[in-house]
Design a protein around this ligand. Structure first.
Ligand SMILES: Cc1cc2ncn([C@H]3O[C@H](COP(=O)(O)O)[C@@H](O)[C@H]3O)c2cc1C
Ligand SMILES: O=C(O)c1cccnc1
Length: 342
């Protein structure tokens, strides 16, 4: 699959959304049949069983397995930081990318703990997307090309991908995207991010209001993505769409990643069926976003970091679900008596 640089690149993206493969119901049925034979009372592994079925639905004909899990982090900078919307300076984006490379970030440690691959993709950090209170983040070709870049992130091969991001100011961008997609007020969608105080929160609200007002009621999700941005959002949306076509299951992290993939769901309500939502971020509007999307996260650990940390934790559960499903003995093989008839 490739995205050509035709005159209407968004048309290529729309075609990919129109032609998405659906869940493999035969594989789900086979997973259920096997689960029923495993040496445990039916249903006793609760959500772990649901995760194995979900993996089966998106992993093709073989038993659910996770051999090459990957965390893909997209890093980008945002002109809107000029409006004082983050508790940290924009330089931290690059400094954290260096920290990822040196192995010193939280995500590095979770990847080690759960034996996950990690790739970090820098998206023109020296050229922030424009301040979205005043200008569009992209033109159409730039937005589509950044989505295509995200698609290419899968080229190294993986059978489970966690998406993560790094971009000072990007909770403001996420709030603006969600406000544009789901309505309500700016205050409904903003929160402390890295920890702004009350006046910082007011600046975030004003920035989101200005960015959304500029859209003049635009409802086309791809146009909203193009005009609000930023690069990590477009790249993550592209990756998730490509993963769907390659039947690679995806784990979505927290507030910022959810806003990125919401664009796809707004294009097609089934577009995220191959995605698992890892955790409810402590960023208050994440719960609201999940509700608006009709999605339920696996756990709530009070985390609000990003970087893919929640998704990487969830990957440990997904790996365990696959291992349990494939590795457990059946009643017959283990010589364990099944349920009594009485
Ligand atoms: C040291 C540090 C490490 C991070 N890792 C992820 N983020 C998170 O915080 C940023 C978004 O918050 P805001 O919109 O308030 O700037 C993103 O980079 C996100 O991934 C970090 C933020 C900091 C400061
Ligand atoms: O949940 C997130 O994605 C998040 C929350 C705060 C800061 N950065 C990211």
């Amino acid at each position: 699959m490739s995205v050509s640089s035709s005159a209407l690149p968004f048309e290529d993206i729309r075609n990919l959304v129109r032609t998405m493969p659906t869940a493999d119901t035969g594989a789900v049925e086979a997973a259920r049949l096997r689960d029923a034979q495993l040496t445990k009372p039916a249903g006793s592994l609760g959500k772990l069983e649901e995760i194995a079925e979900w993996l089966a639905a998106w992993s093709g004909p073989e038993w659910p397995k996770v051999k090459r899990p990957l965390v893909a982090i997209f890093a980008a900078n945002h002109g809107v930081t000029a409006k004082g919307v983050s508790a940290f300076p924009a330089d931290v984006t690059r400094q954290m990318v260096e920290n990822f490379s040196a192995g010193g970030a939280a995500i590095n440690q979770i990847c080690i703990a759960h034996d996950l691959g990690l790739k970090v993709f820098e998206l023109a950090l020296d050229y922030p997307t424009p301040d979205i209170t005043e200008m569009d983040a992209f033109d159409e070709a730039g937005c589509a090309a950044t989505m295509a870049f995200g698609m290419e992130a899968l080229a190294g091969g993986t059978d489970l991908v966690c998406i993560g991001e790094m971009g000072i100011g990007n909770t403001t961008v996420a709030s603006a995207l969600l406000n544009a997609l789901y309505g309500g007020t700016a205050a409904d969608w903003v929160g402390p991010g890295t920890g702004v105080d009350d006046t910082g929160l007011k600046r975030k609200c004003a920035a989101v209001e200005a960015a959304v007002a500029r859209l003049g009621g635009e409802k086309d999700p791809l146009e909203i993505l193009r005009r609000i941005g930023g690069r990590e959002f477009a790249a993550m949306a592209g990756l998730v769409l490509a993963a769907r076509h390659q039947r690679i299951p995806v784990i979505v992290d927290g507030f910022v990643t959810t806003a990125a993939v919401a664009v796809l769901q707004a294009m097609d309500p089934g577009a995220l069926d191959h995605c698992l939502f890892a955790h409810v971020s402590a960023e208050p509007a994440h719960e609201r976003a999940l509700q608006a999307m009709g999605k339920q996260a696996l756990f709530d650990f009070g985390m609000r970091l990003g970087e893919g940390t929640g998704a990487a934790l969830a990957a440990g559960l997904v790996k365990a679900a696959a291992q349990v499903h494939t590795g457990m003995a059946t009643f017959e093989a283990a010589g364990v008596s099944g349920k009594s008839e009485a």
